[in-house]
Design a protein around this ligand. Structure first.
Ligand code: AMP
Length: 282
């Protein structure tokens, strides 16, 4: 039975009680409208911990003024059914007013890894993410927290926050879950028309094309990026925001791949912004 908790203080007290009994706690932070990608995180969390906590919170401070906060998809009933199915103990589902006071004045800013890629087109996004995730860590005090590699930059930013602020939690990265045709699962896929979904397939197709020439020995970043761009160019509905190849740890720019590199892209398809990535490992 999944217990729904809305009040942050009640969550804190409830989890603390469990922790005092020696139980290990796992946390999966989400924005809801759960799909198989989320389910994979929840399953791992369930397996590795005595108490599994999932949060569903569409965090207003990580959305820009022209972004999709108001129309972000929500379906609490079906989310709860998924969490029950997976044996989750606690769903934390607060109202924004319970998480943020009107006169809030403290935020968490990661200043290096969050600058480029998605950070460049979404100013304030990672500040919002770090702030809410640290609040969730403080409320839950998890032993482990689960994040998808679908949001690779987010994962790296959170790992850096945990390292630099000595947050006592183990970050557990989880692989990207895809549809059968390659499209990375995302709550935002619900926005896509049939035509747009077709164009959306070019994200994973372009990564696959780059991986293919990489496997054949191509190490030149400009040429690998060119391959991705040429595949994205096949459909006029796909409008690339960025195609980047970066060092997988520091997210610094590269000219030639020598260690493990991240190939990451963000593409606008109609009004929907899609992201995807893969690692290129020498
Ligand atoms: P969101 O609800 O979009 O904020 O995502 C919550 C968590 O689920 C984040 O850690 C995401 O990286 C992860 N996630 C979202 N989509 C996927 C996916 N397709 N595969 C793996 N993890 C995912």
């Amino acid at each position: 039975m999944t217990v729904v908790v809305k009040d942050p203080r009640a969550l804190y007290l409830k989890v603390r009680e469990e922790r005092m009994k020696g139980r290990e706690v796992g946390l999966v932070p989400t924005m809801g409208f759960l799909h198989e990608g989320h389910r994979s995180l929840v399953k791992k969390c369930r397996e590795e911990n005595d108490l599994a906590v999932v949060s569903i919170f569409v965090n207003p401070i990580q959305f820009g003024p022209s972004e999709d906060l108001d129309c972000y998809p929500r379906d609490l009933e079906s989310d709860l059914a998924l969490l029950e199915e997976e044996g989750v103990d606690i769903l934390f589902h607060p109202e924004p007013e319970a998480m943020y006071r009107q006169d809030r004045s403290v935020f968490v800013d990661e200043t290096v890894l969050s600058r480029d890629l998605c950070g460049a087109s979404r100013p304030g996004h990672f500040r919002g993410v770090c702030t809410v995730v640290l609040k969730l860590f403080n409320l839950v005090g998890p032993n482990r927290a689960y994040f998808g590699q679908k949001d690779y930059q987010q994962l790296k930013v959170i790992q850096r926050m945990v390292r630099d602020l000595d947050v006592p939690v183990e970050i557990r990265p989880c692989p990207i879950v895809r549809e059968a045709d390659g499209l990375a699962k995302s709550s935002r896929n619900a926005y896509l028309s049939a035509e747009e979904r077709e164009a959306g397939l070019l994200l994973s197709a372009s990564l696959a094309a780059a991986q293919l020439i990489f496997a054949d020995g191509e190490r030149n970043v400009a040429r690998l990026k060119g391959e991705v761009e040429s595949v994205l160019g096949r459909n006029r509905l796909a409008d690339p925001e960025y195609v980047e190849i970066r060092d997988a740890e520091t997210l610094e720019t590269l000219e030639k791949i020598e260690g493990t590199a991240l190939l990451a892209l963000a593409v606008r398809v109609g009004r929907t912004r899609l992201i995807d990535n893969c690692l290129l490992e020498v």
